[in-house]
Design a protein around this ligand. Structure first.
Ligand code: OXD
Length: 326
């Protein structure tokens, strides 16, 4: 993909401070776009969009606003918010933020699993009430962990969980040999594997095929003391079925960083369940992520301008970067 002589980059962000880009890059002009109207008015000649904020509504609603558009770079791991028919059918390239969040998310998942083992949510509640109540805890080492998703994030989670002494295995669309893990299981093995898992971690891209991959039947196969950790997308799990399983004590608990509706509505019962940890879609956002994201984009921009292949290219027919290890 050869970049044009002069390259206009529409940076879809709330403020200039949000995306730490340099003031100028030779041959490129950055334009901050912070409203749908501005996209049309100020970026009608944009060659590239850096979608720092996932404003699908602006981009889809105004699709075709720039006849020069060649490439959209999402500052996110998941690009489900961009997979609307007009863009999927077009020859505009989409890239994601592959690699930026892997290790932060892996550490976050490890932290959540350890918090569940230490019964930390109950300890914090008891502490707030000045109550001294001894309980036994649970070891993480030796636990069986199923990680759904074998992209960069799923792989980093599996690696770190194994380093912490768990027996973690990664599952993907289809079973295959893997040079690092020996074998990556297929999602169709879930019914056989769920009944013995201590932890189930969702790190899949959200696509029509992965929607509600954990539904009532799968949740019903989980152990009464198993925990679900979701760092993928809320709709990977049937949220009402999950809420029912948690309320009925049919699974041990859930650490949820993503939800079908975000922000999680104030009246969601998930907020108040004692066996649920709710966090606001922050599992990958360890300090410094913005700098790493900007550096990745600038590197991609250099490739684009030099006519070199971009990395992290999304297969729009799948909705994710296939075969990604980063
Ligand atoms: C995501 C992200 O895709 O925050 O969830 O990057």
């Amino acid at each position: 993909m050869a970049g044009p002589e002069k390259c206009v980059v529409a940076v879809v962000a709330e403020s200039p401070e949000e995306a730490p880009l340099p003031d100028r890059v030779e041959g490129c002009e950055f334009r901050l776009i912070s409203s749908a109207e501005q996209l049309v008015a100020d970026a009608a000649d944009a060659d590239v969009v850096l979608s720092w904020q996932p404003r699908l509504d602006w981009i889809e609603r105004n699709w075709g606003w720039s006849p020069r558009l060649r490439w959209i770079n999402a500052a996110h791991a998941g690009v489900d918010h961009l997979m609307f028919p007009g863009l999927v059918r077009s020859d505009v390239t989409v890239t994601n933020a592959g690699g930026i969040f892997n290790d932060s998310i892996a550490e976050y998942v490890l932290g959540l699993a350890l918090a569940a083992c230490a019964d930390l949510p109950a300890t914090l509640r008891l502490q707030a009430r000045h109550e001294w109540l001894h309980r036994d805890t649970r070891r993480l080492a030796g636990s069986e962990v199923l990680v759904l998703g074998a992209g960069g994030i799923g792989r980093a989670v599996t690696r770190l969980m194994n380093a912490a002494g768990t027996r973690a295995r990664c599952l993907a669309r289809t079973r295959r040999e893997d040079s690092e893990f020996g074998v990556i299981g297929g999602i169709d093995e879930l019914p056989a594997l769920l009944p013995s898992a201590d932890f189930v971690v969702l790190a899949l891209p959200f696509t029509p095929q992965t929607r509600h991959i954990l539904g009532p039947a799968e949740l019903g196969l989980m152990r009464g003391d198993a925990w679900l950790v979701n760092v993928g997308r809320g709709a990977l799990v049937d949220e009402p079925a999950l809420t029912g399983a948690l309320m009925g004590g049919r699974i041990g608990g859930a650490a949820l960083d993503v939800f079908e509706t975000e922000p999680l509505p104030a009246d969601s019962p998930l907020w108040d369940l004692p066996n649920v940890i709710v966090s606001p879609h922050m599992s990958g956002d360890a300090r410094g992520w913005e700098r790493a994201m900007a550096d990745l984009f600038l590197d991609q921009l250099k490739r684009y301008r030099a006519g070199e292949p971009l990395v992290n290219v999304v297969d729009k027919s799948l909705g994710f970067v296939p075969g990604s290890r980063v």
